[in-house]
Design a protein around this ligand. Structure first.
Ligand code: PMP
Length: 422
């Protein structure tokens, strides 16, 4: 029962774990866009295990690929040859633009960003890293320094990391003016790093930060500044990759840039512990001195699963589907704004949507307690969404990509009903 699980979890799993909902949900089964609790109740999953279940819970084709590989060989490491990691790397590289052709497999988003940071520093010979305020890049002892939300509190700051102004069109002091935010990057480089940087990292739509899309044109300007200062540009595609934005396969394409290093995790494995870093042969060449090894990275089972994910997303035309269902949902949510004053902003792309709640539209005062009440109400109505943003007042709607228009309508109707009962 939920109570038994909770008791064991409290006793054995440490106080840093937190859970959603006053009465935590005890999930026992998942099927495509649905989750089932221990009472057999079905929920529409609009959060995909934190934007991870890209194709759908227990998608049959992925399940089959993993099961078949499990029967043959589960683990070998890269000291031996195995076709699964090579096939998967080839398929992934084929999805990348430009000269991004060298793949490293790891097990999580934090590990991917650790590796990217290491590459940037080794390749450039500089130390300084720049990340955006309101960013989330991981919870490991190095990436926690790149993460610039007060979500995590770690007493030892990672050195040489600079957090620059967030180009947030809704809350940022320069609105959508990319140029002014880019100037802040130049200022940090000029005054904070003696003019040289190792790298700049950004999500193209901030995930944990509350589905914040960067001001249009921002990455183009900043990539130029960073490269002129000797640095490399890293795109964190942990949440935005694999067609979720609908308009493009990778989030960075929405800003018309090609990064030097791309990191990914979450959706790449549909729930398997899998992450990757893709870079150019030139940058990869500095990693040639036995400087990086990963026991589990790209193990046969994860590689077979990851390859199946890429195939399913293509075969089921999920990118186009995200564009269609996402724009339908965004349109309906925007029309809800006319009815409910509490909705301060609706934003996002494809199936990466944020709904920010405020008590005063002009002041943009976060409706924190109202968001918490609505969050519980949505669960009661059978809809699971995410919560995020610095003030915890943004609903994050990022379902498995098999989500239908009817599902989107169900979420919007539930939100409409919940708000009217507030
Ligand atoms: N980058 C982004 C954009 C993320 O959202 C996350 C996880 N929320 C991470 C990195 C870290 O991933 P992981 O939890 O797999 O280490």
């Amino acid at each position: 029962s939920a109570d038994e699980v909770l008791t064991k979890r409290k006793k054995y799993l440490g106080p840093s774990l937190f859970y959603y909902y006053q009465k935590p949900l005890n999930i026992v089964e998942g099927k495509m866009q649905y989750l089932f609790d221990d009472t057999g109740r079905r929920y529409l999953d609009a959060f995909a295990g934190i934007v991870t279940v890209s194709c759908g819970h227990c998608h049959p084709q992925i399940l089959n690929a993993i099961t078949e590989q499990n029967k043959l060989l589960q683990h070998a490491t890269t000291i031996y040859l195995h076709h699964a990691i090579a096939d998967f790397a080839e398929a992934l590289a084929q999805k990348m633009p430009g000269n991004l052709k060298v793949v490293y497999f790891v097990n999580s988003g934090s590990e991917a960003n650790e590796l990217a940071m290491m590459m940037a520093r080794l390749y450039t010979g500089n130390l300084g890293m720049i990340s955006l305020r309101n960013a989330y890049h991981g919870g490991s002892s190095s990436t926690i320094g790149l993460t610039a939300l007060n979500t995590w509190k770690y007493p030892i700051p990672e050195g040489e990391i600079h957090h620059v102004m967030n180009p947030d069109p809704y809350r940022g002091i320069f609105g959508p003016d990319a140029k002014s935010y880019a100037k802040d990057v130049q200022d940090h480089i000029d005054y904070g790093t003696s003019g040289r940087v190792a790298g700049f990292i950004a999500e193209t739509i901030q995930g944990v930060g509350g589905a914040v899309e960067l001001a249009p044109g921002y990455l183009n300007l900043v990539y130029d500044i960073v490269r002129k200062s000797g640095g490399v540009c890293i795109a964190d595609e942990v949440q935005t990759g694999f067609g979720r934005t609908g308009s493009h396969y990778w989030g960075f394409e929405t800003q018309g840039v090609i990064p030097d290093i791309v990191t990914m995790a979450k959706g790449i494995g549909n729930g398997l512990p899998l992450g990757a870093v893709v870079t150019t042969p030139e940058i990869a060449s500095v990693m040639n001195q036995k400087i990086q090894f990963n026991t589990f990275g790209g193990n046969p089972v994860c590689s077979a699963g990851g390859l199946a994910v890429l195939r399913v997303l293509d075969q089921e035309k999920r990118q186009a589907h995200c564009a269609e269902v996402g724009s339908h949902m965004l349109e309906r949510l925007r029309s809800l704004m006319q009815k409910h004053e509490i909705i301060g902003d609706v934003r996002g792309r494809g199936l990466m949507v944020g709904v920010e709640l405020v008590t005063d539209r002009k002041e943009k005062t976060p409706a924190k307690s109202e968001t918490a009440v609505l969050f519980e109400k949505l669960r009661e109505l059978g809809v699971l969404v995410g919560k995020g943003g610095l003030h915890g007042n943004v609903f994050r709607i990022k379902p498995p990509m098999c989500f239908t228009k009817d599902d989107a309508d169900f979420v919007v109707d539930a939100l409409d009903y919940a708000i009217s009962k507030l």
